[in-house]
Write a protein that binds this ligand. Structure first.
Ligand SMILES: *[C@@H]1O[C@H](CO)[C@@H](O)[C@H](O)[C@H]1NC(C)=O
Length: 227
């Protein structure tokens, strides 16, 4: 009996209540109704204007996760639509501590105006922007880590870049990479083409990098294909 209880407890712990673990959730789940309203209508003493007043009365949760900390941290991407159809995306966090009957905004919402198009699918972005370069550098590091090649693949350039707004941003990149026989593939990071000139096989890699700035680790390599 004791063993059974223990097993049940551990089962529950590992599925849902793992402290610190982030669980992706269905943004349509009713559990986000209250925290979404809290985030959309919150006003503090300095900033008298709520997100909803600023960006539009209509909002919906388009991505969401939960994390058990001291309470439950709801992370949501809220999409606001203004009267004249301007769309703003806000990443917000709301902390609920039910035993204190507390629910409130945690941290500062991060908002950006987006086009309706970039929400549905991918749209082109500047391949030289720092955000794209950082995602590309991460992708090449991750590809090197997964490869058992003796020598290091170096990023030559980002040929094409597209992004999609999800819970964070998906970067779909076409990278030009090549092997440098000067540098070993031993996990060293921050190498540049100056230190490690490409003198061997060049190839193209299609990669998707998921950037969630609030998460650790921040980036995930969702897919890659090199030829
Ligand atoms: C690659 O491996 C190195 C050394 O193990 C590690 O420090 C780095 O975080 C890894 N990078 C990625 C993108 O996985």
């Amino acid at each position: 009996m004791k063993l059974f209880l223990l097993a049940v407890t551990f089962g529950l712990v590992s599925c849902q209540d793992l402290p610190g673990g982030v669980l992706e959730q269905d943004p349509k789940d009713p559990m986000f109704k209250k925290p979404a309203r809290v985030a959309a209508t919150y006003t503090d003493n300095q900033n008298q204007v709520s997100l909803s007043a600023q960006y539009g009365p209509r909002y919906e949760v388009i991505a969401a996760s939960t994390q058990v900390v001291a309470g439950v941290l709801y992370r949501m991407t809220l999409k606001f639509t203004s009267a004249n159809k301007r769309v703003t995306i806000c990443d917000v966090e709301v902390l609920e501590q039910s035993w204190l009957q507390y629910i409130g905004l945690s941290g500062t919402p991060v908002c950006r105006a987006v086009t309706q198009k970039s929400l549905g699918g991918y749209s082109n972005v500047d391949s030289t922007s720092p955000a794209v370069q950082a995602a590309a550098a991460f992708a090449v590091d991750a590809i090197n880590n997964q490869s058992n090649s003796l020598y290091r693949q170096m990023l030559i350039e980002v040929v094409r870049a597209q992004q999609q707004v999800v819970a964070g941003i998906n970067y779909k990149l076409l990278l030009s990479v090549g092997v440098s026989s000067t540098c070993r593939n031993d996990g060293t990071t921050g190498l540049t083409l100056l230190n490690c000139p490409v003198d061997q096989r060049k190839q193209r890699c299609d990669v998707i990098v998921w950037d969630q700035p609030w998460r650790t680790p921040r980036y995930q390599l969702t897919s890659f294909k090199c030829n």
